[in-house]
Design a protein around this ligand. Structure first.
Ligand code: ADP
Length: 431
């Protein structure tokens, strides 16, 4: 099985555009009539729902931001009556009070559909077993992946996060071919197997589908070797649907994640001016849900930094997004230089004696902001190692333009993820 839904996944762009336009114009009318927030937003700038006929008109609509959702907490953004709601989720609240989202049965069907597509795109097949280590609960990851995998016809093992020792036993004994979890938890599992001295080639695992936090090839390589899998990226956010907004193909690794464009219309805009940017340029990802019923959003400002572009050599026609560099509000400004932790991760990746277990400690010393990179070495590397430290410092300075202090740590000495999103930045200026 090459596609889950080949008709949609390989639909010619013009047809996809026509479908998006039809869905968009009906969506705009629906939200205008059912969500007071959107009615007020349109009325206040004299915008009529009939002014939006195609995705070309989208720029006329203001952005919807997380603060708008918080102002309408918990249910005022819902576009359907409560009697039609079949599930309620909330964002994990990484950056504050959670936002509450709802799903009708049709929305849950859409969720299942985009997850099923994503799983196949990642290499999964109906006869396989899925070790689902995303958290079950209000977080959309666990139940979202669960529903899509069931729809695909996989056998789901609903492990959820945490209890790492038990997870190793399940991976060994239940013999799943696919695992879903955060990239930092995949690192934890891989290191726990190494500690046990267990040869992961004996596992049945073939594919790892990793998401919910930013990660780079440094972690991909560690996880692929450590768990003996092909690892791909899955992206999503509860405000749009949950995971499954986009997914990387297992045979097209490193070329970005397909955004399922029949459901989620993407734009990338300048983070300062909000002006739409051309394909290939980096900015804030803005998404419009084309078919959602209970919790539709127009031009949702995800705050995630990436670029989007079409890939003519790809299997599918849908647009691809680059890996997320970080959230706009996770961007550190250090002595006037913009910094995402993933940039440091990329440098670490070039150095063989380092493991991708790292975090950045940001402090204020006098008037100066300082960054210390705490990073684990691999086995057998001395911590008192001026040459290595000099090499890392120089590479960071050359590629990022900042001087950072480097603090080498013993293998397996740093805090590890227990299944959730791992905090890579400790900003002591904010404590
Ligand atoms: P919260 O915003 O409270 O963390 P969610 O659980 O909905 O709520 O998380 C969505 C966010 O997680 C996204 O906006 C993005 O910042 C991050 N995220 C999800 N998947 C990925 C991914 N594959 N790569 C990078 N970041 C991701």
């Amino acid at each position: 099985m090459k596609y889950y839904n080949s008709e949609i996944e390989t639909m010619p762009i013009e047809e996809l555009r026509a479908l998006q336009n039809t869905r968009l114009s009906s969506l705009v009318k629906r939200v205008y009539n059912n969500v007071p927030f959107y009615k007020n937003q349109f009325d206040s700038i004299g915008l009529n729902p009939n002014d939006i006929q195609s995705v070309e008109d989208l720029h006329k609509i203001p952005f919807t931001k997380k603060t708008d959702l918080r102002d309408n907490y918990p249910y005022k953004m819902f576009a359907t009556p409560m009697e039609d709601i079949r599930r309620i989720h909330a964002s994990s609240g990484t950056t504050g009070k959670p936002t509450v989202v709802g799903y009708t049965q049709n929305d849950l069907n859409v969720f299942d559909e985009v997850i099923a597509r994503s799983l196949v795109c990642a290499g999964a097949q109906p006869e396989m077993k899925l070790h689902n280590a995303y958290g079950y609960g209000l977080f959309t990851g666990g139940l979202g992946i669960h529903g899509g995998a069931t729809k695909l016809g996989m056998a789901v093992i609903p492990v959820s996060g945490g209890m790492t020792e038990r997870q190793l036993t399940i991976l060994e004994d239940f013999a799943p071919e696919v695992i879903c979890c955060t990239p930092s938890y995949a690192q934890t599992l891989s290191e726990a197997f190494a500690k046990r001295g267990f040869d992961t080639k004996k596992l049945s695992l073939k594919y790892a589908i990793l998401g919910a936090e930013p990660w780079t090839d440094a972690i991909r390589e560690q996880v692929e070797t450590g768990l003996n899998v092909t690892a791909t990226n899955i992206y999503g956010l509860s405000e749009i649907i949950g995971p499954g907004v986009s997914q990387e193909d297992f045979e097209e690794k490193g070329t970005g994640c397909y955004i399922w464009e029949d459901h989620f219309y993407p734009e990338v805009v300048d983070r300062e001016t909000g002006k739409p940017l051309p394909y290939g340029e980096e900015g804030v990802l803005v998404l419009t849900t084309l078919k959602k019923e209970a919790f539709p959003v127009l031009r949702y400002w995800t705050n995630d930094i990436c670029s989007i572009n079409y890939d003519k050599n790809a299997k599918r026609t849908h647009i691809k997004m680059s890996p997320i560099k970080g959230r706009a509000d996770d961007m550190l400004i250090i002595r006037g230089v913009n910094l995402f932790h993933t940039q440091v991760e990329e440098v670490i990746h070039q150095i063989d004696s380092l493991s991708p277990n790292y975090r950045l400690i940001v402090e204020k010393k006098g008037v100066m902001d300082t960054v210390t990179v705490e990073v684990e070495t691999i086995k057998g590397i001395l911590l008192e190692n001026p040459d290595l430290i000099k090499d890392i410092t120089k590479r960071i300075k050359n590629s990022i333009g900042l001087s950072m202090k480097v603090d080498l740590k013993m293998p397996n000495s740093m805090p590890m993820s227990e299944g959730g999103k791992f905090k890579r930045i400790i900003d002591k200026r904010k404590l």
